[in-house]
Write a protein that binds this ligand. Structure first.
Ligand code: GRG
Length: 291
């Protein structure tokens, strides 16, 4: 029953999200084709779904959160296109499909990423134009701070500089917090800002989101070792000499740490919603993901 309910909600919100995404990717040129290719290549839409699910908890109207949901997914997609480039992770496959540069060439893949990042800002500026509200301004700023030079981009740069070097668990945590965690945290903080929650509650949600971002990255590391059908070959972290939780802590301790984080997150969200709510079901599903 819970599974059916979750699938129904995810389908409904994903369809609505994709309608809006199509509206923004409607030019007839190769750049648009390259952007569309990765946007519609089978991503799980995790960050927008978190935004929609939390909006339900706070009774925030879908029209209020939609521009942010589209923008965050475009930013996420650009980051993956660039992350896969030969000068970064040099991956040929993502989500079981050839990566953007394999299809469109490295030059066009760079531009597709640039285009998506730029478009995300245009969407949020249009939104501010229509609804010039302080909350919208704060939320827009939050998204770009999270993905920018003190967030995801910084995390990626530190990660690259540390490849082939052995680093402490503390340093790894910082990289993960920035590279993966900040954008996931933005998915939680943005609906909270738009719903007008007080600063203390937003900070508590932020702590939960930090744990969620970390858990998501740790799961990704574990799946890279023992996952099946994850859409890319396993073992790529080891081949690329990546610092990961399992490479520093070992698999067993990493799994235990993951379990502790999952319990912490679930314990916290039981305070803000019921176990049958979309937000709880979604988080439960994310934490038990196998792809
Ligand atoms: C290139 C500026 C720049 C940043 C790249 C996020 C990132 C920074 C790189 C991705 C590295 C990575 C694989 C991290 C593991 C966690 C993660 C973000 C996985 C991919 O996100 P999902 O699972 O992807 O939401 P889908 O395919 O579902 O969209």
């Amino acid at each position: 029953m819970k599974d059916i309910e979750l699938k129904k909600k995810c389908k409904k919100y994903t369809e609505l999200l994709e309608i809006e995404m199509h509206k923004r990717l409607n030019s007839d040129n190769e750049l648009n084709e390259a952007m569309k290719y990765s946007v519609f290549a089978g991503g799980k839409r995790l960050r927008p779904l978190l935004m929609f699910a939390l909006s339900e908890v706070f009774d925030l109207k879908i029209e209020k959160i939609m521009p942010y949901a589209v923008a965050i997914e475009f930013i996420h997609t650009y980051s993956l296109i660039h992350d896969d480039l030969p000068s970064m992770d040099n991956d040929d496959l993502r989500r079981g499909k050839p990566t953007n540069h394999i299809i469109y060439g490295e030059d066009m893949a760079i531009l597709a990423g640039d285009g998506l990042l730029n478009l995300s800002m245009e969407i949020l500026l249009d939104n501010l134009d229509e609804d010039f509200d302080k909350k919208n301004l704060t939320a827009t700023k939050k998204l770009f701070q999270s993905s920018g030079i003190l967030g995801m981009v910084l995390g990626q740069s530190i990660d690259i500089k540390n490849e082939n070097l052995s680093i402490s668990l503390e340093d790894l945590k910082e990289i993960n917090d920035l590279k993966t965690g900040k954008l996931i945290k933005a998915s939680i903080i943005i609906p909270s800002i738009l719903a007008g929650l007080d600063e203390k509650t937003i900070a508590l949600l932020g702590d939960m989101a930090n744990n969620l971002g970390l858990a998501y990255q740790i799961k990704d590391d574990l799946l890279d070792i023992n996952g099946e059908n994850i859409g890319k070959p396993t073992g790529s972290d080891e081949r690329n000499c990546k610092n990961t939780y399992p490479s520093i802590l070992g698999i067993e301790k990493t799994e235990k740490h993951y379990e502790n984080l999952s319990n912490l997150i679930k314990g916290y969200i039981k305070n803000i919603c019921k176990e049958e709510d979309f937000f709880y079901l979604l988080l439960d599903n994310i934490l038990s993901r196998e792809v």
